[in-house]
Design a protein around this ligand. Structure first.
Ligand code: GLP
Length: 254
């Protein structure tokens, strides 16, 4: 395991493989929940967090982590999809994680991507998050084009929860998860970069060689809306990146 602290304040921990690095992120979550049982937090969707979900569910089953009082806000979903839709990210998160642990349904806020007036619903969701005090801990994944949640390239640091257009690359990447990709919306609802930057702690989990180029760009290139993940560096010491060796293979940190 390798730990590096950058002079911008953020830290990166590199572990051998996906499972090992996921266990380290599970440790961070467990520590936070133990210290503040009612933390406001979030988890990403995608293939990256699957081992993390399994580790957290196993620890919860052994009563090592108690999620009873945590407050959960989901990050993003395809526009127009209800959580009961098999392609909904919120629904997927419920099946893959939330329903496997003792998170209380009343404490779960799912992004209202299926609301008939999405712009207004997004603003209410943002206000709900603010009312709850904002994120204590936000755990994120990264898209191959550097997107964070569905904050695509071009997303500024000041963005808040809103409806966004998905890029063709993101749609192509997501198509693999859809059983009927022709039904995939071109838009999504996502929390914004500002909601994330305001978090007291930001954890970015990155695994696999397919993410190596974008991770190097995000951490060693300019801080720019062209690579939304690079904007996370503005959080300084509140940002901790956890990568496996494959994802970190193109990093040259000095
Ligand atoms: C989607 C989600 C992101 C996620 C990204 C990476 O686009 N909106 O929140 O981080 O995919 O997914 P994966 O882990 O499958 O590479």
């Amino acid at each position: 395991m390798l730990e590096f602290k950058h002079n911008e304040g953020w830290a990166i921990t590199i572990a051998t493989d996906h499972r090992t690095v996921s266990a380290l992120v599970a440790d961070v979550i467990a520590e936070q929940v133990a210290a503040t049982p009612n933390i406001v937090w979030s988890l990403p969707t995608g293939s990256t967090p699957i081992p993390l979900f399994d580790i957290l569910a196993a620890r919860a089953a052994r009563e090592e982590i108690d999620f009873r009082n945590v407050v959960f806000f989901s990050l993003d979903d395809y526009l127009g999809l209800h959580p009961s839709d098999p392609n909904s990210l919120s629904g997927w998160l419920q099946r893959e994680f939330l329903n496997r642990v003792n998170v209380q349904p009343a404490n779960v806020h799912l992004i209202p991507a299926d609301d008939p007036i999405p712009g207004e619903a997004a603003r209410h969701y943002d206000a709900d998050l603010t009312r709850c005090g904002g994120f204590d801990l936000v755990v994120l994944g990264i898209g191959e084009n550097g997107h964070i949640a569905f904050n695509e390239p071009g997303s500024e640091a000041s963005t808040r929860t809103r409806v966004v257009e998905m890029t063709p690359e993101t749609r192509e990447q997501a198509a693999g998860y859809w059983n009927d990709q022709f039904r995939m919306p071109g838009q999504a609802m996502t929390i914004g970069m500002a909601n994330i930057l305001e978090a007291r702690q930001i954890v970015l989990l990155v695994t696999g060689s397919v993410k190596a180029t974008v991770l190097a760009e995000a951490l060693t290139g300019d801080i720019s809306h062209h690579v939304p993940a690079s904007i996370l560096r503005l959080a300084g010491a509140r940002l901790h990146i956890f990568a496996d060796a494959s994802a970190a293979s193109q990093l040259n940190l000095n």
